[in-house]
Design a protein around this ligand. Structure first.
Ligand code: FAD
Length: 401
């Protein structure tokens, strides 16, 4: 069979399949997924699903009938083992699958805690797949002691669920403050305050030396010498793009599977989208690890495979839910030299500027600030920071200015 072979049944793979079918009624579209589940959304894994508020079926991006009705051939629980780019064939479950176009939507994998410091003990969990959560969730019992390692969004969201369910939650972040890579000090201060209010024991500037236990984790030694007794640990120390298949096939990788503006890799007929793909953005290689990027980039790639020839322009946005706090982020704050706060603690918004240029907005329980900020950034408009900070400013009016 030839056609469009999609490798990876996640957010990007599912979006690519749907878009390709919408554009071409006849092309064959096999969608190959290493995981056994129908393509599903990951954000609720560390939020409502872990909390027990969301049924498994609601995670699925589309019901199985959608794939049948649209002649998208799902092959799940079956990783693609290799790609022969010269012969335009992929290998799955011992079968060869020919392609005209092949899309790599292989996503990311969590950075594991090294086995030498306890990463392979029972009771040590990462947060990426539905199976990860199903294994971890029974441990989330009131009174249990969980160590969260890493103060990124995944670790903070897991801490929020644990805090809400009445667990004892120390969280260690080895750098000076959490969210250091992605958010300003001002945003981190607001997030920290909410966690402290809910009893999470935040320890910044403190790393994990090692987990201890015989077979199962029972404790941790921290870099400041503290010893903690534990029932389990959640590791959120980052992700890396899943480039294994691409590298084995000789496809160029640079901070991810390197694609051009169209989403094409170094090999003709091979494309990539979503978490695994790196692309040029203002002179540097960028990967975006977000739902919005996975969908938009995948749809752009589907259109380009079918001849659209339109460069992908990312419109970054992201969100995080912790307790009753909703954080929404528009734009990319890389290179900011100034943060302007609008409003008090909550609701409020933090506006990132590089000189006079508005780069990004973090909105905390402030949906309108987020919407206006996003539209201003997309329109390339940069209101005077003093005007933003002024509580009397009608934000919506800035869109017309
Ligand atoms: P994925 O969804 O990871 O899908 C990749 C798929 O490819 C996987 O199923 C993988 O098994 C499969 N695969 C890999 N190799 C092979 C192979 N050789 N053969 C076949 N299949 C293969 N983003 C937001 O914007 N907001 C949020 O609030 C948010 N919260 C998140 C919470 C959690 C817990 C996690 C894990 C992520 C969150 N994200 C969030 C990020 C978002 O989910 C990802 O950016 C998005 O899923 C990326 O989509 P993708 O298709 O590129 O990768």
């Amino acid at each position: 069979m030839s056609g469009i072979v999609i490798v990876g049944g996640g957010q990007a793979g599912a979006a690519l399949a749907a878009k390709a079918r919408a554009l071409d009624a006849d092309v064959a579209i096999p969608l190959i997924g290493a995981e056994a589940d129908l393509p599903y959304q990951r954000p609720p894994l560390s939020k409502g699903y872990l909390l027990g508020d969301m049924a498994r079926e609601r995670l699925y991006l589309r019901p199985s009938e959608f794939y049948d009705d649209n002649a998208i051939t799902l092959r799940l629980g079956a990783p693609v083992a290799g790609i022969d780019t010269a012969a335009r064939r992929s290998e799955v479950g011992g079968d060869g699958l020919g392609y005209d176009h092949l899309a790599l939507t292989t996503g990311s994998v969590p950075v594991p805690l090294p086995a030498a410091i306890g990463g392979e003990l029972d009771g040590v969990f990462t947060v990426r797949t539905l199976a990860d959560i199903d294994r971890m969730e029974p441990n989330f019992q009131a009174g249990a002691r969980v160590l969260i390692v890493g103060g990124g969004y995944i670790g903070l969201e897991a801490a929020a669920v644990a805090g809400k369910l009445g667990l004892k939650v120390p969280l260690v972040e080895m750098s000076e403050r959490f969210l250091g890579r992605v958010a300003s000090r001002e945003t981190a201060d607001i997030v920290r305050a909410v966690h402290v209010e809910h009893g999470v024991d935040i320890r910044e500037g403190v790393g994990l030396e090692r987990l201890v236990g015989e077979g199962r984790v029972t404790g941790a030694v921290l870099s400041d010498g503290t010893m903690l007794a534990l029932d389990f640990a959640v590791i959120g120390i980052g992700i890396r793009p899943d480039t294994r298949l691409a590298e084995a096939a000789g496809i160029a990788c640079d901070y991810g599977i390197a694609v051009d503006a169209m989403g094409q890799t170094s090999e003709p007929g091979v494309w990539a989208a979503g978490d695994c793909a790196s692309f040029d953005y203002r002179g540097r290689r960028l990967r975006l690890e977000s739902v919005q990027n996975a969908i938009d980039q995948a749809e752009a790639v589907a259109a380009n495979m079918l001849g659209a020839d339109t460069g992908y322009v990312p419109k970054p946005w992201f969100w995080s839910d912790q307790y009753d706090m909703k954080l929404q982020i528009a734009g990319l704050n890389t290179g900011y030299d100034r943060v302007v706060q609008r409003g008090g603690a909550r609701p409020c918004s933090l506006w990132y500027y590089a000189q006079d240029q508005l780069l990004a907005v973090d909105a905390v329980d402030a949906a309108r600030d987020y919407m206006v900020g996003k539209r201003l950034i997309e329109a390339g408009k940069s209101p005077d920071p003093a005007v933003i900070a002024d509580p009397d400013t009608d934000l919506k009016a800035l869109l017309k200015a």
